[in-house]
Design a protein around this ligand. Structure first.
Ligand code: FES
Ligand code: FES
Length: 206
């Protein structure tokens, strides 16, 4: 995973977490770090010099963050917002493991700069839950064994979410086509397709 980081002297996660809580002004951030050492504060000041404000709605919740221009949406989701359901697998727009919805459209979040998502609405796998309750698509993947290691599963489910939103009763071919951007190294494809069919309530699986 790429590092958009804060240097070596402070936990990267702790550092980035500070920018995922609604703090935007650099003075506010630096003042809030009373317990940080001088060196840590210096690292943060340096980070902030290269960071830009970003407003993003994720799973219905608005976030105001400070991110470096090179930070991808996937990195923001995982490192700033701790939404680790989105997986970074190839990190180069080839496998679909990092698929999320951007204004309802399935995209590779590792392949989009976070600043390019400014003002948009992002849905991640966590956003499909209603409290502790799984979304019917998530249930379908469990019910029909649409996963083996499960690493590609969040991306598969988000791709299926877009597919079924556009085409609630797809044929098997349409499902195969719609899911073509998502690779599963375990080759659980038959079960993945079956899971999407099951979720769609498709009985005629031609
Ligand atoms: S991790 Fe984004 S496409 Fe593979
Ligand atoms: S279930 Fe293992 S990569 Fe898809």
């Amino acid at each position: 995973m790429g590092d958009n980081g804060a240097g070596n002297g402070i936990s990267r996660r702790k550092f980035l977490k500070g920018f995922g809580t609604g703090m935007v002004g650099s003075t506010v951030i630096l003042n809030s770090l009373g317990a940080a050492t001088k060196e840590e504060k210096e690292q943060m000041r340096e980070y902030l010099q290269n960071a830009e404000p970003l407003t993003l709605t994720v799973n219905g919740k608005k976030h105001r963050l400070m991110v470096e221009a090179r930070t991808t949406l996937a990195e923001v989701l995982r490192n700033h917002l701790q939404l680790t359901g989105t997986k970074i697998v190839c990190n180069q727009g080839e496998c679909g493991g990092c698929t999320v919805l951007l204004d309802g459209m399935a995209i590779y979040s590792c392949h989009l700069l976070a600043l390019d998502a400014a003002g948009k609405s992002v849905t991640t796998i966590e956003g499909l839950l209603t409290g502790e309750e799984l979304h019917p698509l998530q249930e379908a993947f469990v019910e029909k064994d649409g996963l083996q290691c499960g690493f590609c599963t969040p991306g598969q489910i988000m791709a299926a979410k877009e597919l079924l939103a556009k085409n609630p009763k797809p044929t098997r071919k349409e499902i195969q086509h719609g899911m073509a951007g998502n690779i599963c190294r375990c080759a659980a494809y038959p079960k993945i397709i079956e899971s999407v069919e099951y979720a769609a309530g498709v009985s005629n699986s031609k």
